[in-house]
Design a protein. Structure first.
Lengths: 741, 613
């Protein structure tokens, strides 16, 4: 990659000086935010406390679910109110709602001698955008979970909703915090909730291992994030966004003047550290390995945390600190390449999996790669748009898979299910799945997923030096369409067939995970544990309602993408009004304008305008993917277990096997990192015992041997030591006295 | 007087307890702990938290006047916070030992009270000898607690604990006494002389240069006038003593042994307060006495800390004994704590003092949790225990909570201090802004831009970003071993030792002779109708008493994690004062090296011409 050339190109694309200065002035002149904004995080916290009390008082009803739904809905309302307030304050305004002091101390009066990281909320349009879909989706998914988790009513139910509420609180802190340390609090907080919820079925060793893995892998990213924050502090003397953005000015000036090599190296290093944190949380190479395993958690958790919200925190971090990323020669190109390679790698793995939830997990990893690419190619609007649309359709896909899992006793193998959409009571699930698949596959024109993916692809081809990334993403788009519809054609249409999962047995004997009573439900009760007698348990009203709303929302997501007021489409104006705009969007718009103007600064797709070309090309690619899936997995398929694709597998030889085994990445990490570390730790333990301690014992041995011969009475008697001690002090004092006087 | 009562009340109750019948021992001890804690609370209420650097409630009684030894006490905000921690953990330990200690009540609770008195004494002493006596006297009660009430290998553990730490502190004493001698040999300044003469008439020598005294303030002023060689030797002596206590790598090996063998209350006090005597000692003596030497050797100390963090952490990871795991985690955690001190800046010192408190809360609570399981199952092996969440949901909740506090999860107490210690190490580099830093070679030196302007948040110091980055790996390692523990003990399939699974509560409690099991067996039937597999006199999950023991700690973990502001505010005084000492020592460093000391304006305003003589 020609980083320098890219950067100098960018420098040419920067907005006019007064524009950036205006943005800085807006940032500096933050007004006091509405108090209601504080309710957005505090209501979920209240819900957490109430659910905890429910657990303490052993509530055995659906009360925790209703508490959670009510609090989250109110939290959503608070976000809406805040957003309206913000609109009134005008485009691009920033409001700060302080709550109380947190880590706040000083050791002098000069700049950089006062550390301040308070509980205060930074409200701009980026915050509102994120909070709108976080709280909105959380409310819906909590409603869904009220039914989904009903087999666990009791302790488990309380535990689930408490962690769920705590997650929303943490996510709100992450998104709304006015400084990087509060972001870090939310960052690790969502990690904790993810850990607790992945490990929800704590009796299953695989769930425990997955939870642990998620936390530890995230911690690796967190370390870099923390170091980035520290570097930020050392350079800017502040961790608050407003201060940072106000002090980033001199470096921006250098960038604008093309004196890139004079930007302090420290400044350039900050984004390099921050982005590793983002890679951890958003499951990018090389830290993506935790996310597929995280599917051990209950499906609502996978939908909310591991698809729609938490994993987009990395995208949020980069969007939030976008001005810093623009100052580094290397940061955005690395982000782009990591995103593109992750997108491709995860898609190839997703193609070869059989567990539909895992396929969706890899698809999430892959789509997150798209979002990172969107940021890297200066299309923060595209990235945010994809976060937004993806949140809806991916949550819906997961919830549909969850409904299947719930109804078929944990069955997730696409070879053991077929024609589900045509079974009695499964219509809504089938439609929701279809809508979700269309969006994920990027079905042209009518789906929101198509438009948001298109923005990223268009920006990739339009940004000089980023075409290679564009090609990778285009290929991935085809693969995505294929594996998405592979699931749909195998599981939801075709001949009706099913084999229930193994949770059927679990309900009868060794209570595999579902610990506290599953009486309220009775889908296993009354049935002998044989497949012949098994009846799929069609979803009830809550699940159907949520899926219906989401299906509409997934389409409706087009509206903010495509329509809006004077400042362009709503979504774009929300991103533009925040720090994510700053330079990036302006630059891409400038690129756009330039492309129409002289065609030099603006790269093209074989001579065509990249964005327009992509509308056609990506649509065609998506079609091809769907068509291949149709031919291989639907046309002429008579059983659930086999399709035409099976006969093609040998042609790919070891590649297919390797993809099925996730390219052996887990095994490689285990071999290269975990095992050696384990051996080293054991060696340390031995060294500690025999060398470090052994030396001490040896040193202690000689005088003790002498002591034993001198004082036969010694043998661990207390008074012996007490006297010895007193005597020792006396002798020392005596010596001192003799020396002195 | 209120501070004196902190020492006297527990001692008084210990004496009462020795005379009272054994059956009353526990209630008397509890009363004694509560009374002394009430006195501590009173002292805290009377303390002016806005002026944290001022030693309040100072009181001096003549003692061995002719030796310059006085009974002198006083407390600044650092002392007050440590007193608060002690006052909190003392009563908790008594309550927590209700069922754990079944014999020799008088011995156990008596020594616990004595220990409490000694710990208070360390934190309030303003006289070196009083400090040292208390410092050393903590060893005796702890020795008894381990030796008599410990588990199988208790004899070896207690002897090792005693001899190891005793040896260390004697060396520290040598350093302190050297300072006293140095002070006594300084020339008496004119005004001082008359003052001293005046006071001598009254029988008490006024502390000051040229007078044989052990007043900490005076000795500190004197010590800072020592030559750099002398300072280095004194630092070495002090660090040997305090590092053993902390413990720092490589003098830490007594700790896992002592912790593993100690009874629960002993472990709690050991981890909660006794280890802090080392870090407190560094803060109170090593840094203010020899700031120049400390600043000079801080990188070396920091390196030892980092080794401790990573090496200790990785050893934790392969432990199978839960208690040993938590014990080794103290080596790693205290590494962070001392790293903050070694950063020699305000962030580091504040963070480190907070760390002392926070580690006391979270690790103390972890030991309590482990003790509660041990009382039920009589094993600490992770091979024999597993999946207790299924059986002990309340305990599991606490366990996970305190694990997270220990991991340093933001929002809980551990994070604030850990982050501050790491940040302190990160910023504490005099190389910041001088354009040859960090990613040497990886980036063009020119990229670092103009000096100074690019690093407003940097402070003086010999550490730097690499120290923070490598120590920060300890954050990951901590997650590895603590979550491994949670994954094995709390989560996973239920595993219980033989004789505990499924059938009646009075099965064989292996290898625990003489602890009154007959009584338990009889009681078991009555107490637990619906807990078929209850253990001893305890139900499967926590009792109200046990919840009462853990809940205050949990609440404090949250409060200090969310609102550490008052603590940070009150620590600004003493911390900034100490940082000034270090910084001025650092800036005078060259002058100290120079052969003539006549020109240096020494700390405390006294000229140093005395050194020349």
């Amino acid at each position: 990659m020609h980083a320098t050339s890219i950067l100098s190109t960018w420098a040419g694309l920067l907005p006019a000086q007064h524009e950036a200065a205006g943005a800085a002035a807006q940032v500096a002149g933050a007004v006091d935010g509405p108090a209601i904004a504080a309710l957005a995080p505090l209501l979920p916290l209240l819900s957490f406390v109430l659910c905890g009390l429910c657990a303490a008082f052993k509530v055995r009803s659906k009360l925790p679910a209703w508490i959670t739904v009510a609090c989250l809905a109110a939290s959503f309302a608070a976000v809406v109110a805040t957003t309206l307030d913000l609109r009134e304050a005008g485009a691009g305004s920033v409001m700060v709602t302080p709550l109380f002091d947190w880590i706040n101390y000083s050791w002098g009066t000069e700049a950089g001698q006062h550390f301040r990281a308070n509980f205060a909320f930074h409200i701009d349009s980026l915050t509102c955008l994120w909070m709108l879909f976080v709280t909105g989706l959380a409310t819906l998914i909590a409603l869904y979970a009220s039914e989904y988790m009903s087999h666990d009513v009791g302790m488990g139910y309380c535990r689930f909703f408490a962690a769920f509420s705590l997650f929303v609180f943490s996510m709100a802190c992450l998104v709304m915090g006015d400084n990087l340390v509060l972001l870090y609090l939310g960052w690790e907080g969502v990690g904790l909730c993810s850990y607790l919820l992945i490990g929800y079925f704590y009796k299953k060793p695989s769930a425990v291992a997955a939870a642990k893995k998620a936390f530890i892998v995230n911690r690796i990213g967190d370390l870099f994030l923390a170091l980035g924050i520290m570097l930020c502090w050392v350079h800017f003397g502040s961790v608050e966004y407003r201060e940072i953005f106000a002090r980033v000015g001199p470096s921006l000036e250098l960038l604008r003047e093309g004196k890139v090599d004079q930007i302090p190296g420290i400044v350039q290093l900050i984004p390099l550290l921050l982005m590793v944190g983002a890679f951890g949380k958003s499951a990018q190479l090389p830290l993506y390995v935790w996310l597929p395993d995280a599917m051990e958690g209950p499906t609502p958790v996978s939908a909310l945390i591991h698809a729609a919200t938490m994993v987009t925190a990395g995208v949020y971090l980069i969007a939030r600190t976008y001005p810093l990323f623009l100052l580094s020669e290397y940061a955005l190109p690395i982000v782009g390449w990591v995103g593109a390679l992750t997108a491709l790698l995860a898609a190839t793995i997703g193609m070869a999996q059989f567990d539909i939830k895992r396929i969706m997990a890899y698809s999430t990893v892959s789509q997150l790669g798209y979002m990172f690419c969107g940021l890297a190619v200066l299309g923060s609007v595209g990235a945010a748009a994809h976060v937004f649309t993806h949140a809806f359709f991916k949550a819906m896909l997961f919830l549909s898979c969850g409904a299947v899992m719930h109804g078929f006793a944990g069955q997730l193998d696409l070879r053991k299910l077929s024609g589900v959409a045509f079974m009695k009571g499964w219509g809504v699930v089938g439609i929701a799945m279809f809508v979700g698949c269309l969006n994920l596959a990027g079905f042209p024109v009518i789906t929101a997923g198509y438009w948001s993916k298109d923005m990223i692809l268009g920006d990739a081809f339009a940004t000089p030096g980023m075409q290679a990334i564009g090609w990778i993403l285009l290929l991935t788009a085809g693969l995505t369409a294929y594996y998405t519809f592979r699931v749909f054609f195998r599981v939801f249409v075709g001949p009706k067939h099913f084999e229930p999962g193994d949770e059927l047995h679990a309900h009868d004997d060794h209570g595999h995970g579902h610990d506290d009573g599953h009486g309220g439900h009775g889908h296993a009760a009354g049935h002998a544990p044989s497949h012949a007698d098994f009846h799929p348990h069609a979803p009830g009203w809550a699940i159907n309602l949520v899926l219906g709303i989401l299906a509409i929302a997934a389409f409706a997501a087009i509206v903010p993408l495509m329509t809006g007021g004077d400042n362009g489409p709503w979504l774009a104006s929300m991103v533009d009004g925040s720090s994510a705009k700053y330079l990036g969007v302006a630059a891409s718009q400038a690129a756009h304008a330039a492309g129409h103007g002289d065609g030099h600064a603006h790269a093209t797709f074989f001579g065509y305008d990249a964005h327009k070309a992509m509308m056609v090309v990506s649509g065609v690619v998506g079609f091809i993917g769907i068509l291949i899936a149709y031919l291989l997995h639907y046309a002429g398929r008579t059983t659930a277990a086999r399709s035409k694709a099976d006969s093609l597998l040998p042609a790919f030889g070891p590649l297919a096997t390797a993809a099925q085994h996730k390219w052996y990445v887990d095994e490689i990490y285990d071999l290269l990192i975990v095992k050696p570390l384990w051996v080293i730790s054991n060696i340390f333990a031995l060294i500690d015992k025999y060398v470090v301690d052994g030396l001490v014992d040896f040193l202690g041995w000689a005088p003790r041997a002498i002591g034993r011969s001198l004082r036969p009475s010694q043998g661990g008697e207390l008074h012996g030591y007490a006297i010895g001690m007193a005597g020792g002090i006396a002798v020392l004092v005596l010596i001192v006295l003799l020396v002195t006087f | 007087m209120i501070l004196f009562s902190l020492i006297l009340i527990p001692l008084l109750f210990a004496a009462l307890l020795a005379l009272a019948p054994a059956a009353q021992a526990r209630s008397l001890a509890f009363l004694g702990m509560l009374t002394s804690s009430a006195a501590a609370v009173l002292a805290m209420l009377r303390f002016d938290w806005n002026n944290g650097a001022v030693f309040a409630n100072e009181k001096t009684f003549p003692w061995l006047g002719e030796l310059g030894i006085q009974l002198s006490v006083g407390a600044d905000s650092v002392s007050m916070l440590m007193i608060a921690l002690t006052a909190l953990l003392g009563p908790i330990c008594v309550v927590a030992s209700r069922t754990a200690v079944t014999e020799r009540h008088r011995t156990f609770f008596g020594w616990l009270l004595v220990l409490q008195a000694a710990m208070y004494g360390v934190f309030i002493a303003r006289d070196l000898i009083l400090f040292y006596i208390c410092f050393e006297f903590t060893l005796v009660p702890m020795f008894v607690l381990i030796n008599v009430f410990g588990s199988t290998n208790r004899k070896h553990a207690s002897v090792k604990f005693f001899l190891y730490t005793f040896t260390g502190s004697v060396i520290a004493l040598a350093g302190l006494v050297y300072v006293a001698k140095f002070n006594a040999e300084l020339p008496v300044s004119a005004t001082r002389e008359s003052l001293a003469a005046m006071m001598q008439a009254g029988g008490t020598p006024a502390p000051g240069p040229g007078v044989w005294t052990f007043d900490i303030e005076t000795l500190g002023r004197a010590a800072r006038r020592m030559s750099s060689t002398e300072q280095a030797w004194v630092l070495l002596a002090l660090m040997v003593g305090f590092a053993v206590k902390v413990p720092l790598f490589p003098v830490h090996t007594w700790l896992p042994l002592a912790h593993t063998e100690a009874p629960t209350a002993g472990s709690v006090i050991l981890a909660g307060v006794l280890l802090k005597l080392g870090t407190y000692g560094i803060f109170r003596f090593a840094i203010p006495f020899v700031p120049a030497a400390f600043a000079e050797y801080a990188p070396l100390i920091a390196q030892l800390c980092i080794v401790g963090i990573l090496y200790g952490g990785l050893i934790c990871w392969v432990q199978t004994d839960v208690k040993k795991l938590v014990a080794y985690s103290s080596v790693a955690h205290l590494g962070f704590c001392v790293l903050g001190l070694a950063a020699t800046n305000a962030t580091g010192l504040s963070g480190s003092i907070l760390y002392m408190i926070n580690h006391g809360l979270s690790t103390g609570a972890l030991f309590l949790c482990i003790g509660m399981v041990y009382e039920r199952y009589h094993t600490r092996s992770m091979k024999e225990l597993g999946g207790l969440a299924a059986k002990m949901p309340v305990w599991s909740t606490f366990m996970i909570f305190f694990t997270m506090a220990s991991v340093g999860l933001p929002g809980l107490n551990g994070f604030v201090s850990e982050f501050m210690c790491l940040l302190a190490a990160f910023q504490a580099s005099s190389a910041w802004g001088s354009s040859t830093t960090m990613v040497e070679g990886a980036m063009d030196a020119g990229l670092w831009g103009s000096a100074g302007a690019s690093t407003v948040g940097a402070t003086h110091g010999g550490l730097g970003p690499w120290y923070a980055a490598i120590a920060g790996i300890g954050m990951i390692v901590a997650a590895m071993y603590l979550l491994l523990m949670v994954g094995r003990v709390v989560w996973g399939p239920l595993v219980e030792p033989h004789g505990h699974g499924g059938h009646g509560g009075h099965g064989g409690h292996g290898g625990h002779g003489g602890h009154g099991h007959d009584a338990h067996g009889a009681a078991a039937g009555d107490h637990h109708d619906d807990h078929a597999d209850a253990h001893g006199p305890l139900p499967a999950d926590l009792t109200a008493r046990e919840i009462g023991v853990l809940a205050p700690l949990a609440i404090l973990c949250v409060v200090l994690g969310v609102y550490p502001k008052p603590l940070l505010a009150t620590l600004e005084g003493p911390v900034n004062q100490t940082v000034q000492l270090i910084d001025s020592a650092r800036s005078m460093g060259l002058q100290l090296e120079a052969p003539a000391h006549t020109t240096s304006p020494a700390q405390g305003g006294a000229p140093t011409q005395g050194l020349a003589q």
